[in-house]
Design a protein around this ligand. Structure first.
Ligand code: SF4
Ligand code: SF4
Length: 378
């Protein structure tokens, strides 16, 4: 007999296609799994085409091409074209490294709707220290200009952490100069490589408050100039009282297909002590509606105290399962970010430490295959 959760699962609205874990950069906050080097062969072009067809048939309408760096895949244009024919709204989430004018034109001809480029910092020096590449910053700026020249709406995305958050003023000025239509200033979510490097990345509460005030002042200046550049500032959940409604609820609207074909309810779910189904073995329809993995945290039947009887449980769904697991060892626990969680002191301790410590940027563990293999082999 099907459970309540299975019966109540609607359609996935979002598909995140992580085409590859390969990436020329080495950001220490990358959301890819820390043991990504152990995951097997990437899906072929034909297998990805099949994934896109199945996801569209299931009802998905928004498609993000991501990675690693999706531009590493030379079949990206062919996949964009397939997605366009299927009727997806497509977004390329890229570092900009691997882009050039010819590829921008080819992606536009294939029907790509939207491009999001990440920046690491306002200047070359910090950018090089974060990304592990001296050339990346200049390349990103050139490509952001080329993307705008090609007529694309452009979102610039900056992951904020304690080493670049005090530069928010210069970062926003740079995005303004590049002609961004929207800027996302989001502090790290502490899973994947960011969890490994958390103590060197977490900004202090004062840093966050200052950056938020600077962002607000920019909003007012931009409005006075009549410049339409939307500024989104995402406060780290470590400084919030309640967790985020992670992915809008487990298996509710969002589906990620990892490079090797594993299907995940969110892009960091691979860190959980669970087995995830693979598109090589089952249809997306069966995975979405009937797999144990997608049903495990659907609805609220899985919740423990204090979430089980909490009147906010249908607003935040108990928060992030990965954060709960990484901080408490129990994937069904309340997200410790919540002030009602019995483990909330773990968050308070990390925040208290962030107030007085300042580990150098060079001490962060770079996200690369050598480090990933070391971590995986323990
Ligand atoms: S976060 Fe950095 S290392 Fe990770 S995929 Fe993006 S550009 Fe590459
Ligand atoms: S106790 Fe659980 S459901 Fe209630 S607010 Fe906290 S995380 Fe959300």
């Amino acid at each position: 007999m099907r459970t309540h959760a299975e019966l109540s699962a609607g359609a996935p609205l979002w598909l995140l296609a992580e085409l590859t874990y390969r990436c020329p950069l080495q950001c220490p906050y990358c959301s890819n799994p820390v043991d990504y080097a152990r995951h097997g062969e990437e899906l072929s072009t034909e297998q990805w085409r099949g994934v896109l067809r199945e996801a569209r048939a299931l009802g998905a309408a928004q498609l993000g091409f991501s990675g690693g760096e999706p531009l590493v895949r030379q079949d990206l244009e062919a996949l964009v074209s397939e997605a366009r024919e299927l009727g997806f709204y497509t977004n390329l989430i890229t570092s900009g490294v691997g882009l050039n004018e010819a590829r921008i034109a080819a992606l536009r001809d294939a029907g790509l709707d939207h491009i999001q480029i990440s920046l690491q910092a306002a200047d070359e020096e910090v950018s090089a220290a974060v990304a592990g590449s001296a050339k990346a910053h200049g390349r990103k700026l050139a490509m952001a200009r080329a993307v705008k020249a090609a007529g694309y709406p452009m979102v610039l995305n900056v992951v904020l952490h304690r080493h670049n958050i005090d530069d928010v003023d210069r970062l926003i000025a740079l995005c303004d100069e590049l002609g961004a239509d929207a800027v996302e200033l989001a502090t790290c979510q502490y899973y994947g490589w960011a969890r490994l490097n958390r103590d060197g990345l977490l900004p202090s509460r004062e840093q966050v408050a200052r950056a938020e005030a600077v962002t607000q002042a920019w909003r007012e200046r931009l409005a006075a100039r009549g410049r339409e550049m939307r500024l989104l500032f995402v406060v780290p959940d470590y400084y919030a009282e309640r967790p985020k409604a992670c992915m809008g609820g487990w298996g509710a609207i969002f589906m990620t297909v990892a490079p090797d074909g594993a299907v995940l309810p969110c892009h960091s779910a691979r860190e959980l002590p669970m087995t995830f189904p693979n598109v090589r073995d089952a249809s997306l329809e069966a995975i979405w509606h009937r797999s144990e993995a997608f049903n495990r945290f659907r609805g609220d039947g899985w919740m423990k105290a204090p979430c089980r009887s909490c009147d906010e449980r249908h607003q935040d769904y108990g928060g992030c399962r990965c954060q709960a697991y990484l901080l408490t060892g129990d994937p069904a626990a309340a997200d410790p970010v919540c002030s009602k969680s019995p483990e909330h002191r773990r968050i308070e301790e990390a925040c208290a430490e962030a107030a007085h410590r300042s580990p150098p940027l060079e001490h962060l563990t770079a996200r690369n295959s050598a480090n990933s293999r070391l971590i995986w082999r323990g």
